[in-house]
Design a protein around this ligand. Structure first.
Ligand code: PLP
Length: 467
């Protein structure tokens, strides 16, 4: 029996306070009025341009979580009213996520901690002898969990068509037996969108299954499991404007049901009994609970369901139109700075989300990012973005080259094996993008106004000289 919740019920069609104008952010997020100090004096509104790492919470998510918080109770355990209400909310959230993802009738939706956790869960559930195929371009969360299995690492393709051909060729040459392909939907480095439907079709032609890493795709584009025909999808709440510690693995139930529980413990077990020989017999659950041992993160799950509802209600058509407008402005601005090289695998015409990485001639990327923060109040990311093999390919570096941040104070003008990433989302105002473009221009033309040094591997502003 669904509980009459005194707060907003979970629904993927929940109403939202979305903006109707295309030149303003589509959905309000927290932190839009936060000001930060500048090293050069004064304060400025913080421009959060690192959504690809973690996106700010949607106002709607925050409000929903705050409304539920007084009713918080243990899930699956308590006899009390709030425990039952919380259990109901947790299961409603699961259904809302299934609806958001267009899951098939018999798919499971497992709540995890994030994408990394989801993919490690799936890796632990692969049938014996499974061969895994993964492009070297993946985020480490998609690249590394399979290492106990027979893994084929595929070379970076230079076009979506080449990606499909590379996968076809590798699968064609593979012996019979269970096979899994792991593919990212949108690159966390270049923002480029991968041909998921075509790759899935290729996988299925060769009897392989495919898991989609949608960590970067789901916040920007609709991800429909049935329509894409992928076998599993993984994403993180904190990149989907729901930073409350939960993520999702959704898809085919058979491998998940046949596998040992990801974690052993309460919640995953139906019955436990001592045996006569002194050991214990366990009967495990066969649904999603099998892989959700321990006390479930009901607030995290509810936050994800709330974000799914808000994004759906705002409409991906509007979200994409707005994002493409900002992306065009960003790319046009950077194109006017000849010292800037934007990193790309698939070229200028590739379909992409609001994630872009670049290097600046004559600058160490750590130094550049530190100056953007300290002198302009702009938060971006620098480094190799947990995609070291891809960055080495894009930067033309030796595969053994060190990928540390470098010593920015000593390295003005030196080549550094790192890049700068700018990324945005549904709450980003125009001003953040225009301030970013102006700041890049200003730094390239006139240099940093402050001096910087390396501290614990990070480039930071040097202390002001004593008067
Ligand atoms: C494409 C991609 N996959 C997986 C991950 C891992 O996500 P999480 O850190 O939330 O587990 C990230 C994080 O940046 C990512 O960009």
């Amino acid at each position: 029996m669904p509980f009459a919740t005194p707060f907003a019920a979970v629904s993927v069609d929940s109403s939202t306070n979305a903006s109707a104008e295309s030149c303003t952010p589509v959905l309000p997020v927290l932190g839009r009025d936060v000001t930060v100090p500048l090293v050069t004096g004064g304060e400025v509104t913080y421009a959060a341009l690192d959504h690809a790492a973690s996106a700010p919470a949607l106002q709607r998510v925050w409000d929903d979580v705050a409304a539920y918080a007084p009713y918080y109770g243990s899930v699956h355990r308590g006899a009390g009213y709030l425990s039952q209400l919380s259990t109901d909310l947790f299961e409603q959230s699961r259904r809302a996520v299934a609806e958001f993802l267009g899951c098939r009738e018999d798919d499971e939706v497992v709540f995890t901690r994030a994408t990394t956790d989801s993919l490690n869960l799936l890796a632990s559930a692969l049938p014996a002898g499974t061969r895994v195929f993964v492009f070297e371009t993946e985020h480490h969360a998609s690249l590394l969990p399979w290492r106990g299995h027979d893994v084929t690492y595929l070379d970076a393709p230079r076009s979506p068509e080449q990606a499909v051909a590379t996968l076809e060729e590798a699968l064609h040459a593979a012996p019979a037996g269970p096979k899994l392909v792991c593919v990212t939907g949108a690159s966390n480095v270049t923002g480029e969108i991968w041909p998921v439907r075509e790759l899935t079709a290729a996988a299925h032609r060769h009897g392989a299954r495919l898991v989609l890493d949608a960590a970067q795709l789901a916040p920007h584009r609709p991800v429909d499991v049935s329509e894409l025909d992928v076998d599993w999808v993984a994403f993180s709440g904190h990149k989907l404007y729901a930073p409350f510690g939960a993520g999702v693995l959704a898809g085919r139930a058979d491998w998940l049901r046949a596998a040992e529980p990801y974690l052993a413990g309460g919640g995953a077990s139906r019955t436990v009994a001592r045996r006569e020989d002194g050991g214990v017999d366990v009967e495990w659950h066969t649904n999603a609970a099998r892989h959700e041992a321990g006390s479930p993160n009901v607030i995290g799950a509810y936050a994800i369901a709330s974000a799914c509802g808000a994004l759906r209600a705002a409409g991906f058509e509007r979200l994409v139109a707005r994002e493409e407008e900002l992306l065009a402005r960003l790319r046009a601005g950077l194109a006017e700075v000849p010292e800037v090289t934007v990193l790309s695998l698939f070229g200028d015409d590739a379909d992409r989300v609001g994630v872009l990485s670049f290097v600046v001639e004559g600058w160490n990327s750590s130094h550049f990012a530190a100056a953007l923060s300290a002198e302009h109040g702009i938060g971006v990311r620098d480094g190799l973005f947990c995609a070291h093999p891809l960055l080495r390919t894009l930067l033309g570096a030796e595969s053994g080259a060190a990928g540390e941040c470098g010593a920015p104070d000593a390295a003005a003008g030196a080549v550094s094996l790192n890049a700068i990433r700018v990324s945005f989302g549904v709450g980003t105002p125009d001003e953040h993008v225009s301030r970013f473009v102006s700041a890049v221009r200003e730094l390239v033309r006139n240099g940093a106004k402050w001096s910087y040094r390396t501290e614990a591997g990070r480039c930071v502003p040097a202390p002001a000289a004593a008067e």
